[in-house]
Design a protein around this ligand. Structure first.
Ligand code: ZN
Ligand code: ZN
Length: 312
């Protein structure tokens, strides 16, 4: 008998934790860099030196993305049967004759290089060629980084972000990464110190940087928004965020786009919110998309209390 048999969820949870770890280190670099201007530095002048200093962090993050993907693929294999993960011939398995059950962890499991093949052999649907190619590319980078110190490997920050988002979308097509990311931030150790209040701010900030960093087709694929379309504040995120220092992250798009459209999709909430189409009451604001529930303009964020205007 075997105990401690892993479930797909065990692997999915661990895989996403690693993905979040890689994301967190990479996103922190991007957020710090995004504040260069605020601290009085010219982004273009410091860019090369900044990213050169980040080289080790970026290559490590990429290897962690790869580890995350391997765990998630193991989860997919476990959906078919956990025993498919066992390698070696039966004569080399832990002995069943020494009394008691055998812990699953005592078995040697298959090598990472065989994961795709095992998955594609037994699963109803094989991974597509593009995914397999990306998986092998990531493995190659990881091998260089871990086995030869990776002195000559350098990856661009956009590559790490792209890899993490691509892999998440390929493995969990029904999920929005940014919704998952916000949940991680809400549960992060720093949330015990009050950072939970900023989970929406941070997530929306990261998403805004990604929208600037990646080309339109990738933004569309990973966030479900057309970056060439006009972007609005999300009413829920605006309500949830700490707005003491302002909140300007516009990530939501009208679905479908058009002057009569009353549905706004937000990739952080991963849902559509109802909006009202009427002109903003603030002078000079051209906005005409107003949150239904909280009556805030989603272009300039001002409240729509016409009656009180000018009286305070
Ligand atoms: Zn939102
Ligand atoms: Zn307005």
């Amino acid at each position: 008998m075997i105990t401690n048999i892993p479930t797909p969820a065990d692997y999915y949870t661990s895989g996403k934790e690693l993905l979040n770890f890689a994301w967190d280190t990479t996103a922190n670099l991007l957020i710090d860099f995004d504040q260069a201007d605020y601290y009085g530095y010219d982004e273009t002048e410091i860019s090369d030196a900044y990213w050169a200093a980040a080289k080790r962090t970026l290559t490590t993050a990429l290897t962690i993305v790869q580890q995350a993907v391997e765990l998630i693929i193991k989860g997919r294999i476990v959906e078919v049967s956990p025993y498919l993960l066992i390698s070696d011939s039966p004569s080399r398995w832990p002995s069943p004759y020494e009394g008691g059950a055998i812990d699953f962890e005592l078995f040697r499991t298959i090598d990472a290089q065989d994961l795709i093949r095992v998955h594609d052999t037994f699963s109803d649907t094989a991974f597509d060629a593009n995914f397999v190619e990306k998986f092998h590319n990531l493995r190659a980078v990881r091998n260089v980084v871990t086995h030869s110190a990776g002195k000559n490997v350098s990856v661009r920050v956009a590559e790490v972000i792209d890899s993490a988002l691509y892999m998440h979308k390929a493995l969990f097509p029904g999920e929005s990464w940014f919704k998952i990311r916000r949940e991680f931030l809400r549960r992060a150790p720093s949330s015990q110190l009050g950072a939970e209040e900023f989970a929406t701010n941070t997530t929306c900030w990261e998403a805004s940087i990604v929208v600037k960093l990646l080309p339109p087709a990738k933004v569309e694929a990973y966030l479900g928004i057309d970056k060439k379309q006009r972007l609005y504040l999300c009413p829920e995120c605006l309500y949830d965020a700490n707005t003491d220092g302002g909140f300007e992250h516009k990530l939501a798009v009208l679905r479908p786009k058009g002057p009569d459209s009353i549905n706004l999709y937000c990739p952080v909430c991963d849902q559509t919110h109802s909006v009202v189409r009427k002109d903003c009451t603030k002078a000079d604001c051209p906005g005409n998309v107003i949150g239904e529930e909280y009556d805030q303009c989603l272009t300039c964020s001002s409240w729509q209390d016409e009656e009180d205007e000018g009286e305070s």
